[in-house]
Structure formats: structure tokens, C-alpha cells
Design a protein. Structure first.
Length: 564
């Protein structure tokens, strides 16, 4: 075979169907990833001590219990109230994903944890399938499609270097932890612990891919399908609409410049997709401006302290694929040499990079799914640029196996280099769960207290507690929590201080009563977590009566006519 046989093999025309061997690869890869990422959950359930309960989550409990609260609320109606804050607020929130899961759970009788795991498996499988499908629109060779899919779904950056430094150079301190643990652009971590990100990324791929196919075939119905997909996406994760709109706008502009005339098909496609899907974006803007509680929720996104990584930290966050994509990036000009798929991927690569730095609180979400164009460009860089260069300059040794073995060896080296952080994330979650600590495990007394609240109080009641148990209150009891979530709880930082002050022994009862009256608090949930905040003798309080008692956890009802 000559060197030209290994020239860049980007597809000139997209295809529609996968052959049986490709289906088998996708199925096996999905089963493997879903099985591996299920191990922390399995460990949590099997290792739980007799006096503790594994709560079914392995990472980011506060956000997931927020979703589980929506799940519970949507079982009772079309809109949900924000119960992660004590303030009175209207039934105006809607999320299509958790509405659908809530209704499915109501019909099937399955609990939220069962539905969560089934959704995780479904979302993970669909994501692997659509990643491969999207790669098949770009690469001609089946091998290249497989490599790019593995890079996108299994890689987790260079965080393993920071972990190694933690145990050798930095005295046990993990530098820049968000470069290791951030989801969104990390498919492996998302498949394990953030299935809603995985589902959203799948819809982004499907919408953009359908527009590309429609452009080639000049059939506007594909844009309609893409718009319907974007509509579904918008009502579950509206931030990602910005990615779709931005990528399609830039792609349309570049294709028009390439053809030296306006690409009316792409203009029409953008209008169709935008018109069909913009309702979710408009509604999101509406409730976050017209309703004070939801305006505060959006404003408090900064409480998470998570923003788009700067380019240096991007090197750690995405790692080898990002480095290869940048080093082998050959630009977009001259435009006439770029076929449609190539120009789309490069448009996406550049667009998402700049979108991620928009001055909005939720900017980190605007890089979600960026690992797809990065992974494709990295694979192309290794197999269709670095390999031909090495071969043309005599670095490839011809053996009895031919020269293809060296190309495949480069592929395996790339896959090997992207795996260490994913392996660490998996083992780290199991190691962390082995501590059997809050908030992944609750004591049985805590769970029994939450069950008592579910059975004995009203859904309008406000439950006062520290955040450790407070984050579970809306999802497991249906009541409102005083302190629950870094964004959903109005004035989160101030309320955290209020809880700390409440349980300090030197705090005057007048302060406590004023707090109870101001927020209409009905019950105090008192566990070991609250006890650790201060030495307040709650059992002798003149305005509280004990209504539930276990060795580790107690519930006190407020005896005050103004709050009843």
C-alpha cells in the first residue's frame, strides 16, 4: 500500500446504516461501560453496615436529591414547586426528563432509585450508540470510528498526574480537584454518575447530526426532526440549546463563505430548529426573571464555584485528546478543501471553546459534549496525520504483518493513554464509599426519621436541619427543607450561617423563635450532624416537643401558634 492510501479518510458523504459488526461493537462497548460504572453502586449496597443505609448515589448527592425532589413533585402534577427552600413559591417549574421519569415511576410502581438506575443504563447505552453513529458520519474507516468512540466515551483527561502528585509532592493535597472530578466533558464520569448529562449530550449529537444528513440530501424534514430533538433537549437541559444554536450558526456562515453564496438550506434548517425548540429557552428566561425565587436560583450558580477551565486547565481536564486535537489542527482555510463533515466538526470545536467563556453563571455547561469534536479531531490527528507523516518519513517498519499493524498500534497507544484517570475515578469512588460516611450513607435512625416525616406531616411543612439531611428532605418526605441545595435554597450562604447559629449554645432563644416565625418552621430534625454544630440542649427547649426518638436521630415539633 502506498502512502496516499493512508491520506486523511474523512467521509465525503454521510451514510445512514451501520453494519452488523459495528452494532456488535457498540453493544459490547456499552455493556462493558455500564457494567464497570455500576461497580460503585453494587459495592455501596453490598458493603453497607447493618446500622446504615446506602442511599443509591455515588457522587454529587445534593444535585441528585434536587432531581429526585422534582421526580416526586411531577408524580403529583405537571409543574413542580421548589421545595429545597422554605420560601413560598409558585408551581411554575417544569423539566421534561424528570416529569417523564416521575410519571413512569408512578405507573410502574418503581421507586426513584430503581428508576434512576434504569435511566442511567438507558442513557449510557443511547449515548454510546449515538457517539458511534456520529463518528460514522465523519470517518470512512470502521477502525477509525471505533477508536474515536473509545476516545470519547472512555477518556478522562490527565487528572491522574495530579493524583500522583498528591501522594508524592503535595503532602496529600489534590491540586485543582475540579480538573479531575468535573463531568460534562468527561463521558466516563457522566456515564457513572451524571446520566442526565449523558442524555443531554446524546440529544445534542442527534440534533446536529440530523442537520448534517439533511444538508447532504437537501431534505428539510431532517431539520424538522432535529428541531423536535432540540425541543426535547431544551425542556430537560436548556443550556445545551446554546451549543446547538452556536454550532449551527457558525457552520452555516462558513459553508456560505465556502460556496460563495448563502446556504439557504442551512439557513432554513437553523430557523426550523430554533423555532421548534426555542420555547424552552424562552420559558427558562421568563421564570428566572418573573419569579424572585427562580431568579435567585440562577444568580446562585456561582455558589458552586465551577466555571469553564482556562486553556491550561483544559489540558488537564480533557488531556491527551485535547492536546492532539490542538497540535494536529490544520485550520478551516482554505474553505474549498473542507468537506461538510470536516467543516462541521471544526466549527463545533472552535464554537464550543468560545461559548464556554461567555460571561454567564452557567458557562461551564456550554462545554458539555465538547469531548465529541475533540475526540474526533484527536483520532483524525493520530491516524490520518501523524501516522502518514511517520510512514512517509521512514519511521514505520514493514513487517510480515504489513504496515496496518503500526497504525493500529498507534490507536491502542492513544486509548491506553486516556484510561488512567478513568480507572482512578472508578477506584476512588469505591474507596470513598468504603468509608460508609455521610452523605452517601445515612444511619437507619436517620432514614426512619425521614420516613416518619413523610407519614406524619404536611407537604407544606418546613423542616429545619443541617444540609446533610436537609438535602434528602424534599425528595424523601415531600416537605420543604430549610437548607438543602447550594443554588435552589434561597440565600444559601446566609441560611447555612443561620443553621450553625441556631445550634450554638450561646445563641439566645429569641433568635431561634424569630427564625422559626420568619420562615414558618414546623419541625426540627436533630441528628448527629446537627449535634456536631454546637452544644445547644435542644431536649430542654421550651418551644419544642419531641415527637420522634431514636438513639441517633430525633424530631421536634415547634409549639408555636404562629407557625402551626
Amino acid at each position: 500500500m502506498s502512502v496516499k492510501d493512508y491520506a486523511p479518510q474523512v467521509k465525503q458523504r454521510v451514510t445512514r446504516w451501520l453494519n452488523p459488526s459495528e452494532w456488535r461493537f457498540v453493544a459490547l462497548l456499552a455493556i462493558m461501560l455500564l457494567s464497570i460504572t455500576a461497580l460503585p453502586y453494587l459495592f455501596g449496597y453490598l458493603s453497607a453496615p447493618t446500622d446504615q443505609v446506602f442511599m443509591g448515589l455515588v457522587f454529587n448527592v445534593s444535585d441528585h436529591t434536587q432531581y429526585f425532589s422534582w421526580y416526586r413533585e411531577f408524580q403529583g402534577g405537571f409543574f413542580a414547586e421548589n421545595k429545597l427552600t422554605p420560601e413560598v413559591n409558585d408551581l411554575v417549574f417544569f423539566n421534561l426528563l424528570w416529569w417523564a421519569l416521575g410519571k413512569t415511576g408512578l405507573i410502574t410502581g418503581l421507586g426513584v432509585m430503581w428508576m434512576y438506575q434504569l435511566f442511567r443504563l438507558f442513557a449510557g447505552f443511547i449515548f454510546v450508540l449515538l457517539v458511534y453513529w456520529f463518528c460514522s458520519l465523519y470517518f470512512e474507516r470502521e477502525w477509525d470510528r471505533r477508536v474515536s468512540t473509545l476516545v470519547i466515551t472512555c477518556g478522562s483527561g490527565l487528572g491522574w498526574i495530579l493524583v500522583l502528585m498528591k501522594y508524592t509532592l503535595t503532602n496529600g493535597e489534590l491540586l485543582f480537584p475540579l480538573d479531575v472530578y468535573r463531568a460534562g466533558t468527561n463521558s466516563f464520569l457522566s456515564i457513572m454518575a451524571f446520566p442526565h448529562f449523558v442524555m443531554a449530550n446524546s440529544l445534542v449529537l442527534l440534533s446536529i447530526g440530523l442537520v448534517l444528513i439533511g444538508y447532504e440530501r437537501e431534505r428539510l424534514r431532517y431539520a424538522v426532526f432535529a428541531g423536535v430533538v432540540a425541543f426535547i433537549l431544551g425542556w430537560q437541559h436548556a443550556y445545551d440549546l446554546i451549543t446547538i444554536y452556536g454550532v449551527l450558526f457558525v457552520y452555516t456562515a462558513l459553508e456560505s463563505l465556502k460556496e460563495r453564496k448563502i446556504s439557504w438550506y442551512l439557513v432554513k434548517s437553523c430557523l426550523v430548529v430554533g423555532t421548534l425548540s426555542c420555547s424552552a429557552a424562552i420559558y427558562s428566561v421568563y421564570i428566572t426573571t418573573a419569579y424572585p425565587v427562580w431568579k435567585t436560583v440562577l444568580d446562585q450558580f456561582t455558589n458552586a464555584g465551577v466555571f469553564t477551565a482556562d486553556p491550561f486547565h483544559m489540558l488537564i481536564l480533557i488531556g491527551i485528546p485535547f492536546i492532539l486535537a490542538v497540535l494536529t489542527y490544520d485550520g478551516i482555510v482554505p474553505l474549498y478543501k473542507r468537506n461538510r463533515g470536516d467543516l462541521l466538526i471544526k466549527s463545533w470545536f472552535l464554537t464550543s471553546f468560545f461559548l464556554g467563556y461567555l460571561p454567564v453563571n452557567y458557562q461551564v455547561h456550554l462545554t458539555n459534549c465538547w469531548q465529541v469534536p475533540v475526540g474526533i479531531l484527536a483520532t483524525q490527528g493520530v491516524l490520518n496525520r501523524i501516522y502518514p507523516y511517520l510512514r512517509s518519513n521512514g519511521f514505520v517498519v514493514v513487517t510480515r504483518w504489513g504496515v496496518e499493524w503500526f497504525r493500529r498500534a498507534l490507536s491502542l497507544l492513544l486509548i491506553f493513554l486516556i484510561l488512567p484517570t478513568s480507572i482512578y475515578l472508578l477506584t476512588w469512588r469505591i474507596y470513598d464509599l468504603n468509608r460508609h460516611d455521610y452523605p452517601y450513607f445515612l444511619f437507619r435512625d436517620d432514614v426512619e426519621a425521614l420516613n416518619w416525616l413523610e407519614e406524619n406531616n404536611l407537604q407544606t411543612d418546613v423542616i429545619f436541619s443541617a444540609r446533610t439531611l436537609g438535602q434528602y428532605i424534599p425528595a424523601l418526605t415531600g416537605s420543604k427543607a430549610f437548607l438543602s441545595h447550594w443554588a435552589q435554597t434561597v440565600d444559601f450562604i446566609e441560611k447555612t450561617e443561620m443553621v450553625n447559629t441556631f445550634f450554638e449554645s450561646q445563641t439566645d432563644d429569641t433568635y431561634r423563635m424569630n427564625l422559626i416565625r420568619e420562615f414558618g418552621i414546623d419541625y426540627i430534625l436533630y441528628s448527629e450532624t446537627e449535634g456536631a454544630l454546637g452544644s445547644y440542649d435542644i431536649s430542654n427547649s421550651p418551644f419544642l416537643i419531641e415527637v420522634f426518638s431514636r438513639p441517633r436521630t430525633k424530631i421536634y415539633q415547634v409549639q408555636n401558634s404562629e407557625s402551626e
